[in-house]
Design a binder for this molecule. Structure first.
Ligand code: ATP
Ligand code: MG
Ligand code: MG
Ligand code: MG
Length: 482
């Protein structure tokens, strides 16, 4: 099965169980001060779980575009270095809003994985919440018994609160979860170590694929847990990992979700994937990051200098620098991957295909603008490192990192990454101080220069002269001293 069929099979399966297909919410979150990007399928249903809204459909299935590069879920440093964490990924989910609960969720998950996708039963492990004495939480016997209808005892493991208990926040809906993991190692490796011992141990071939959350309680202000009158199911399965398991590959990047992009980067760079680790990381970073960048821009977030816009700019610059240093790119190249992206994802996410020209143009301009200063910045960084060597030091100062940021457009995490590659580090605290000082300076300067709306009375000798059309809305000058 190719990735398209695998995605469609998921939706078809749950439609056959009376679920309504719902489109992915945008990856950019606009109306939630606690979240910049969608990082899980549940985000768009938050109000249903909180009871602020009533569900239109009690059962829903979807494939949600997610981004995990900030806040509680930040996988950025893993991406490309490992082969199963992405910045942007698709989370397949089935949902019950006060409708079915553990029994059906467990039965259907098992049916889909083993009978429809035909994943080998002797490679799957299931985790169940094992309780938490400190919190007075009992282990999830109910889920344990339900799993034992399908799985043998030795394939079920009890897990900790960290892995197997989900909470939306300090208060609110929460509950135990069960996760399904797969062991993709070779027979030889399996003979040496039992797969059970590698579950949740960051082993690159023993990976988590599906999380089934049973939203069963409400945590109140005083920390107590109350059983919810209507219980919910919230599941999330990473499509990229599922495809890898079904296609039986060693890496997500060897599946047809990524191979068209890898081939394209091979052609553009003249380098081969799969021969040298550092080059491979660069390939993986680039084919991962282009998805995050493109989907986010298509959903309306342009790269910029603050908040969500800066997150995207940082991801883009990270990709450009990997291409520059390890694959020899000297000109913009990321935007060239856009037609492949539109061709591969356009049918499922029409927003990328419909805006192909626009998104390509934004990426091209961003790339060009960073490439203008990248080379110079890298040379300065080399110089800093040789000066440190001479002095027998390993820490790049906050001021130096700030200059790279301010003059050469190097985001702090990029400077830190490059530094780390060669055994240096950056004084990030001092960087933050330099940054804050600059903000203070520019704030003071801005206040002096204009002030968006300066109310000045007659006695100060001012009069309203209308809007200055030369300025954009954020900098309208409304008064002028006479
Ligand atoms: P992991 O432990 O591997 O980091 P997680 O426990 O953080 O995963 P969940 O929050 O449970 O992940 O999300 C549900 C599913 O989404 C996971 O089982 C996995 O298949 C997928 N997933 C999570 N993070 C990523 C990511 N960064 N890239 C690709 N898939 C992911
Ligand atoms: Mg994680
Ligand atoms: Mg996990
Ligand atoms: Mg998980």
């Amino acid at each position: 099965m190719d990735a398209k069929q695998i995605r469609k099979t998921f939706i078809d399966f749950f439609e056959s169980k009376d679920h309504q297909f719902v489109r992915s919410a945008p990856i950019v979150v606009k109306n939630d001060p606690t979240l910049m990007f969608t990082n899980a399928g549940m985000n768009q249903f938050k109000d249903l779980f909180l009871g602020n809204e009533q569900p239109v459909f009690p059962r829903v299935a979807n494939s949600q575009k997610c981004l995990r590069v900030s806040g509680k879920h930040n996988d950025l440093e893993e991406v490309g270095v490992d082969t199963y964490h992405h910045t942007m990924f698709e989370m397949l989910g089935n949902w019950s809003f006060g409708d079915y609960f553990k029994k059906e969720a467990i039965e259907w998950a098992w049916e889909l994985l083993t009978e429809v996708y035909k994943l080998p039963v002797d490679r799957l492990y299931v985790t169940v919440f094992g309780g938490d004495a400190g919190d007075g939480l009992a282990r999830d016997e109910e889920a344990m018994h339900l799993w034992l209808n399908w799985v043998s005892n030795d394939r079920v493991l009890f897990g900790s609160k960290k892995d197997n208990f989900w909470e939306m926040g300090e208060t609110g809906p929460c509950g135990p979860c069960s996760e399904i993991h797969i062991d993709l190692r070779s027979e030889e490796e399996r003979a040496v170590t039992d797969g059970r011992d590698l579950v949740n141990q960051d082993h690159p071939q023993v990976i988590e694929i599906w999380n089934l959350v049973f939203i069963q309680f409400n945590r109140t202000q005083d920390g107590a847990l109350k059983e919810l009158p209507a219980k919910h199911v919230d599941t999330g399965m990473g499509l990229e990992r599922l495809v890898r398991a079904i296609q039986w590959k060693q890496s997500n990047y060897d599946t047809d979700l990524f191979t068209p992009f890898i081939s394209e980067v091979e052609q553009l760079s003249g380098k081969k994937y799969g021969q040298e680790e550092q080059i491979d990381i660069a390939f993986r970073v680039i084919v991962d990051h282009i998805r995050a960048i493109a989907f986010t821009i298509a959903d309306g977030q342009l790269p910029s200098n603050n908040k969500a816009g800066y997150v995207i700019r940082r991801i883009l610059r990270r990709a450009v620098r990997y291409g520059y240093t390890f694959l020899g790119f000297r000109e913009a190249f990321l935007y060239k991957l856009m037609p492949t992206l539109a061709a591969n994802f356009g049918a499922v996410f029409p927003e990328v295909a419909e805006q192909l020209d626009f998104v390509s143009k934004v990426i091209l301009e961003e790339e060009q603008s960073f490439l203008r200063t990248l080379d110079k910045g890298l040379r300065i960084l080399d110089q800093i490192k040789s000066e440190l060597d001479e002095a027998g030091l390993r820490v790049i100062s906050g001021q130096q990192a700030f200059e790279l940021y301010d003059t050469y457009g190097f985001p702090l995490d990029l400077t830190s990454l490059i530094a780390r590659e060669q055994g240096y580090s950056v004084d990030e605290v001092a960087f933050a101080k330099a940054m804050a000082e600059q903000k203070d300076r520019s704030r003071a300067a801005a206040e002096q220069e204009t002030g968006d709306w300066v109310l000045v009375g007659d006695e100060e000798g001012t009069e309203f002269i209308g809007y200055d059309e030369l300025f954009t809305s954020s900098r309208i000058i409304k008064y002028r001293e006479i």
